[in-house]
Design a protein around this ligand. Sequence first.
Ligand SMILES: [Zn+2]
Length: 583
Amino acid sequence: MKRSTGIRAKAFVAGLLALAAQLSFADSAPAAADTIYLNARIYTVNPDQPWAEAVAIRDGRFVHVGDRAGAETYRGPATTVVDLQGNMVMPGINDAHVHAQRGGVKSLYECNFPFSSTPEQIARRVAECVAENPDLLWIRGGQWDSGFFDTYDMESPRAFLDAVSGDKAVLLNDDSNHNGWVNSRALALAGIDRDTPDPSDGTIVRDPVTGEPNGLLLEGAEQRVSDQLPEWSQAELQAGAREALRIANSFGITGLKEAYSEPHAMAAFQALEAADALTAHLALGIQTPYGHRTGPLDYAAIDEQRDQYASDGLHTAFVKVFMDGVPTASRTAAMLAPYTSEHDHSEPNRGMLHLDPELLTRDVIELDKRGYTVKIHTAGDRSVRVALDAIAAAREANGHSGLRHELAHAGYIDPEDVPRFAQLDAVADLSPYLWHPSPIIDSVVAAVGSPRGEQYFPVRSLLEAKAPILAGSDWPAAVETIDPWLGIEALVTRQDPRGNFPGSFWPEQAISLGDALQIMTLGGARAMRLEQTTGSIEVGKSADMIVLDRDLFAIEPQEISQVRVLRTLFAGNTVYITSSAEE
Ligand SMILES: [Zn+2]
């Protein structure tokens, strides 16, 4: 009897416990997810939980990252469940130095041809563009590679274009976007003839016999023609921005930081946001004048532009300042040691700073105080040093504002300056998409000289010194595509990802795949000041992730650039999917 009472009492207690468990389960049962992705190999870029197999997403954010059983607890009657069949998943990529809208406009409306095009291919393409655009006066496009006119002997580049361009004016840019190839009509519209002197910052290349401009315009001389081009309409700019987002998403990009953006370009992004068509996080840098400047920036005008275009989806507290040019054959980046001389008798040339160091310091202190992240174009080791000094002065004047200012294209860094990036929390803004064996790199090494020329892009030294790093494509300025997989492969191999140019470039500076992925995801998110929002797959963050056709950690590094994105999610929505991945 006693015994049976005991059993009944035990059963009663067990029942109570079960009920209590049920109640508490009902209490804490998670609200159903919108979507669950299962059966994936998820590389999170979160060091506390590097790998997961499932995620649950609600209202555009991750609510679960971990195992399948945990994800299943978020399954409700309306939840979509997607089986990713073991594919690799990682966070969306952030391209933190790009001119995406410009790239979109260029791909839609310009006369484009591959960098590797021959004269015959270019002639055919220009003739096509002329035929397709009867109403246009100007045909603009590109790009021919830096060595094009060394490879192909052309008596008159101008006459070559005249033969295929009818009554149109033609401007074709090179792969650096600093130099132009034009026809007679373009020269006439820009008012350039045999009597026009070279501008102080450029060269009108001339026929050695007749002295007539031969159609090649270098640096500032090209500017005289590009100034003649009509402005893009607001409709074209919006279409370009849309096209840029479409292309970016197809490569797995969910964050773009426009190095600089003019007001009419920001307006185009604003219109897209109003149409609910932003499919990436966007940081837009405010443009400041290029070239030599003697007075401080107009800070009130910068504030006005920031405030006019800032919104939930557009982050505008960024400014771009130019300190120098490029270390290619034009020798315009500011270097600590002289370039190789072009002629035996020429004076030692260290390039040129656009701004007096005191002026830069004044701008950086003030912009830091006003809450801007400043991206400083510093392509030479001397401009790098001057920019680090300016950031040091801002830290001195304002304390650490929390703003990580950036040194763009900082390929040449004196070894003494490498530790200063971490000390000052300054970011090295690198272009691995471009910095591998190629004609541009040959031209850089030839101008800077050996062995200094080869000591370019010390990414491993920077990582070991704990420097913050971001990477950007700079598309379409100097690369043909925004494709980030080329940049990732180049970071890991230091070789030409396309395999066209042999050898490896300073291979000691190669880094691991894990470090490269961290730079391309979280490094970019930090540069956009969105590291709390995106850049890794973590509960609470925006559901920005991509599904790949192969496991990056299981393939040869030389195969990375062949990776294809099967699906891109931005804030939980599928913004790109290949037809083969459609459920
Ligand atoms: Zn750029």
